[in-house]
Design a protein around this ligand. Structure first.
Ligand SMILES: Cc1cc2nc3c(=O)[nH]c(=O)nc-3n(C[C@H](O)[C@H](O)[C@H](O)COP(=O)(O)O)c2cc1C
Length: 367
């Protein structure tokens, strides 16, 4: 490709270099991939009502989330197995995040151990994503390791009692190559098993069925919050009543997310779910969003509907596959420039001045 101007160009570049195993795993969603597509389309149906002559010569993208300073309201969502994209894997992603002054949420299912990752990047802002295992000791230990390694928040992914029906993974026979491992599971007994391929499902689905606790309820959130002094963020919230429960049970933040369309197909696009959640708990909890963010205007729209920040999933994997650390930096830099320009063209000087009145919402009722 001659020009790499936006995140879609980077995606195209990445699709050329990814192995088919990784490509199908990264780009796929659940079932008919309706939510996967809707996450992106939903932003395209929201229009902006720009203000003119507002003196936008100086602008600021700086913000704070969970009382941490971020250079812009954009972070990196947890995505598994980054060495499938690039030999440096999670190391390259965290370097890029640190260089750009944004946080990275590190997945439990990473191809680099959390201790090694942070050892190599002292001072980086990393959050750690966990699931709750049937064996609670496994979760407790992971949370403690994350804290000892220097992570600054714990993110519980709450939309995954079972893995979604990801047909691409099954069709392509998705598997973790024998040269890679998932070192966060090292020493954790049964939880480490079953992540390799089986015939009918991806190994991951089996790993989930065997180890992740589908009986999880709100009292477990309280238990998890009590395991650490780090702020707890609940990821995968799509309803205001659940958001209120998350807050009442100890969450300091929620991420409005449908897991990038990889869990329940036809689940509501995250941007549609955001307004009700932000209205319900935006004053007391930091509300964040992921799913379908591909343009600076998408970030602006999410902030206008009440998000403090957004996270990127696939675009980061594509940047990583394309050019490692520099590719991820490029993804973040493009989005930063696009957000900055969108703000200027909307007559907005600071991310704190982004309000709902900048939007022209479609005439449908969003919940
Ligand atoms: C390949 C891939 C792996 C993922 N792995 C995880 C994971 O390990 N833990 C998690 O909470 N979410 C995971 N997610 C979901 C992302 O955190 C995020 O919710 C989603 O990718 C956002 O949508 P986007 O890809 O449109 O930006 C994964 C997503 C993808 C695409």
């Amino acid at each position: 490709m001659t020009h790499t101007l936006n995140l879609f160009d980077i995606e195209q570049n990445a699709l050329q270099v990814l192995t088919s195993n990784a490509r199908e795993y990264y780009l796929g969603g659940a079932a008919d991939e309706i939510t996967l597509r809707a996450n992106i389309c939903a932003f395209q149906h929201i229009f902006l009502r720009p203000r003119i002559l507002a003196d936008v010569a100086e602008r600021s993208l700086q913000t704070s989330v969970l009382e941490q300073a971020w250079t812009m309201p954009i972070g990196i969502a947890p995505t598994a197995m980054q060495k499938l994209a690039h030999p440096e894997g999670e190391h390259a992603t965290l370097k890029a995040a640190q260089n750009l002054g944004v946080p990275m949420i590190c997945s439990t299912t990473a191809t680099v151990a959390i201790e090694d990752l942070l050892q190599a990047r002292k001072g980086a802002n990393a959050w750690f994503q966990v699931y709750v295992y049937k064996d609670r000791e496994v979760t407790r230990e992971l949370v403690q390791r994350a804290r000892d390694a220097g992570c600054r928040a714990i993110v519980l992914t709450a939309d995954t009692p079972y893995l979604g029906k990801r047909e691409r993974e099954t069709r392509s026979g998705f598997h973790l190559p024998p040269t890679m491992e998932l070192p966060n599971y090292r020493g954790l007994g049964t939880a480490a098993k079953n992540v390799r391929k089986s015939k009918e499902t991806s190994g991951l689905a089996e790993h989930f069925a065997k180890n992740i606790d589908p009986a999880l309820g709100w009292t477990d959130i309280e238990w998890l919050a009590a395991q650490t002094a780090l702020p707890l963020v609940v990821k995968g919230v799509l309803r205001a009543d659940d958001a209120i429960l998350a807050w009442k049970h100890g969450a300091k933040g929620v991420i409005v997310s449908n897991h990038g369309g990889r869990q329940l197909d036809t689940a509501i696009p995250s941007i549609h779910a955001l307004p009700a959640i932000a209205e319900a708990i935006g004053e007391v909890v930091d509300v964040m969003l992921d799913g379908g963010i591909r343009r600076g205007t998408d970030v602006l729209k999410a902030l206008a509907l009440g998000a403090k920040a957004v996270f990127l999933g696939r675009p980061v994997l594509y940047g990583l596959a394309w050019q490692g650390e520099q590719g991820v930096e490029r993804v973040l830099a493009i989005l930063r420039e696009e957000l900055d320009l969108a703000m200027a063209l909307c007559g907005i000087k600071s991310v704190h001045e982004i309000h709902r009145d900048i939007l022209s919402l479609p005439h449908q009722h969003w919940h």
